[in-house]
Design a protein. Sequence first.
Length: 162
Amino acid sequence: MSRLFLWGKRRASEYIWHFRQAEGVDLSFVKDWADLNHTNLVTPHINQLDIGWTENGEWCNYTVRVARPGTHRIKCLYSYQTNSVSFDLNGKPAATCRLPVATTGYHQWNFGEIGTITFPDPGLQLLTFHYGKGNNFAYFEFEPVASGLPNGPSNNNLNKEQ
């Protein structure tokens, strides 16, 4: 299993607090007074960075180091609507996914399987995440689908870029 995280400092800086307003992808973070003061389906870690304030047509790129090619389940920590999202791999459509359960708002979180993707080759790949309005996204996990190999870590190293 491998996680795709939005890495950052443990404490939110002034830069993060203002959600990177001058950039296309808005970053936010899990706040105790907004995200953790009520019951969640899954409770995220405090200060976990997330893509927030999403709008239709937005996307972001991740550089992926694929150690084990093959089909992987995609799991996501997300909030709010049961929208469809998609992934391109090296500029070609690779997966269309659906968030499985609606939460009651942007600050109520769930974690679940959203679809599958096939990484045909090992090595560095460009993974583009396309999304629309109505969600926050904290991270993705990629788990190999059973193929006779143990389901250990796939060592995908993912770094955000835009």
